[in-house]
Design a protein around this ligand. Structure first.
Ligand code: NBP
Length: 481
């Protein structure tokens, strides 16, 4: 009896996805480079299930019903290409390879095209939710060759998270669209996490709240508009005590790691000329945190004056909550704006409302307010920027004063708030009909003859001035970005 799907890569994500598929009645075959892991898995977590193990790729492929579905859950990069190369001679036309790892979308573009040339259908899918999500229902973002979707759809939609009876999994788009959207998801995750960390530092260092008080504040925030998975787990983190009874979080070294998806998002935004400032700052904040020893030396050389907060704590906590919410809205507005540009540039034809729905459950950035994003796109499918939607306009207006107060608190107390403050700068810049770029263009024309447009002349008509009376009349090529 052949099985419905095969999965290669029995690390934390692979094992849990397999168990999830088994729970939903799908028969799964598994393979892993280190074959002892297959036996271990079958003798422990998968004991008593219908999962079958293979010790060679040939045996693995042989066990699959046609059209075969082979899902890779391995380290992204060369390993995926190596497995694809080994699988091609073993598979038949119409078979499907799914890459569920965190692959770069450009690799997925390339793999979709090259596999299509040999008659195989490729899907590159984002899978978010970590270990727990994989086991109980992740958010799944598939893209690639649409010919493969109907075959994998019943499996993916069954094992994904469900919110209000809808699966957090839908077809995202052609080529690398699924991995692109997963990359943006991860970038937003970087931003959400950094925002929470800035709120934490202002509340603890700035207002002097201890872990129990932080737990109470986050617990309250999680009941309202900030309700989300990341606020929920942060609430739990503040309650967690070390063996000696003190809060564990205070014993953790303040240097953050990263695997690269946030960096990819920021690089892509720069490539497309899109201001994705909050996520960019979140990536840089991790980089700065990693310079621990240098920061310790700098703290001695450039000591802070440590002003003490002297206002009403309850009002300030409310303001910090407002800042957290407003800056988070900016991050999503920037992320969706970037996706809009990418969709146009790369031909992904993304459906933004569906993406918001896919992120409502299972994934790390799941939160209540994704429903409001869905509603915004329901009303205006081609919405330029979420900030222009009624819900966002009202939310920004409500949070505006508290957000400014929070950024000023950071400035006064010498506490860095890179994401709170860069988001505010974007907000103020975005709603400025006039920016000082007229002077910038004058400078560019002054030193490089880069030309400028005039407010009293039609757009697209360029002028050059001989600013010193000693330059020539030749101008440089004009380009944007
Ligand atoms: P890892 O990313 O740690 O990958 C481990 C798997 O890759 C094992 O099966 C390992 O086989 C295999 N592998 C490696 Br490493 N090098 C190999 C090679 N040269 N040849 C063949 N196989 C090789 O596992 P993971 O954390 O479960 O993540 C799987 C994918 O899902 C990754 O792309 C990851 O970025 C993505 N992802 C992870 C999470 C998460 O929370 N962990 C969440 C969402 C997405 P071995 O057992 O023989 O070493």
């Amino acid at each position: 009896m052949k099985v419905q799907i095969g999965l290669i890569g029995l690390a934390v994500m692979g094992q849990n996805l397999v168990l999830n598929m088994n729970d939903h009645g799908f028969k799964v075959a598994v393979f892993n480079r280190t074959t002892s892991v297959v036996d271990e898995f079958l003798n422990t977590a998968a004991k008593g299930t219908n999962v079958v193990g293979a010790h060679s790729l040939e045996e693995f492929v042989e066990s699959l019903q046609t059209p075969r579905i082979v899902m890779l859950m391995v380290k992204a990069g060369d390993v995926v290409d190596q497995y694809i190369d080994k699988l091609i001679p073993l598979l038949s036309k119409g078979d499907i390879i799914v890459d569920g790892g965190n692959s770069l979308y450009t690799d997925t573009n390339r793999r979709t095209a090259s596999l299509s040339e040999v008659g195989l259908n490729f899907i590159g899918t984002g899978v978010s939710g970590g270990e727990e999500g994989a086991r109980t229902g992740p958010s799944i973002m598939p893209g690639g060759n649409p010919a493969a979707w109907e075959t994998v759809k019943p499996i993916f939609q069954a094992i994904s998270a469900q919110v209000d009876g809808e699966p957090c999994c839908n077809w995202v788009g052609d080529k690398g669209a699924g991995h692109y959207v997963k990359m943006i998801h991860n970038g937003i995750e970087y931003g959400d996490m950094q925002l929470i960390c800035e709120a934490y530092q202002l509340l603890s260092e700035g207002l002097g709240l201890n872990a129990d008080e932080l737990h109470a504040v986050f617990n309250e925030w999680n009941q309202g508009e900030l309700s989300s998975y990341l606020i929920e787990i942060t609430t739990g983190i503040f309650a967690h005590k070390d063996a000696d009874g003190s809060p564990l979080v205070e014993k953790i070294l303040d240097t953050a790691g990263q695997k690269g998806t946030g960096k990819w998002t920021a690089i892509n935004a720069l490539d497309l000329g899109m201001p994705l400032t909050l996520i960019g700052e979140a990536v840089f904040a991790r980089c700065l945190s990693a310079q621990k020893e240098e920061r310790v030396r700098a703290s001695e050389r450039l000591p802070k004056e440590y002003a003490v907060f002297s206002g009403d704590k309850a009002i300030m906590i409310q303001a910090i909550g407002d800042a957290l919410y407003a800056a988070k809205l900016i991050s999503y507005a920037q992320g969706f704006r970037l996706m809009r540009e990418a969709s146009k540039e790369y031909g992904f034809e993304l459906n933004y409302g569906d993406i918001a729905l896919m992120w409502r459950g299972g994934c790390i950035i799941r939160s209540q307010f994704l429903n409001s994003i869905k509603q915004a796109y329901n009303k205006t499918p081609d919405l330029e920027n979420l900030l222009l939607d009624d819900f966002f306009v009202a939310a920004m207006k409500k949070a505006n004063a508290g957000w400014r107060k929070t950024v000023m608190l950071g400035i006064e107390l010498e506490i860095a708030t890179p994401t709170f403050s860069s988001a505010l700068a974007y907000f103020d810049g975005y709603r400025s009909a006039k920016l000082p770029a007229n002077l910038l263009q004058a400078q560019r024309d002054y030193f490089g003859a880069h030309t400028y447009e005039r407010i009293d002349q039609p757009r697209g008509k360029f002028f050059h001035t001989d600013w010193t009376g000693q330059g020539g009349i030749v101008s440089a090529t004009t380009y944007t970005v």
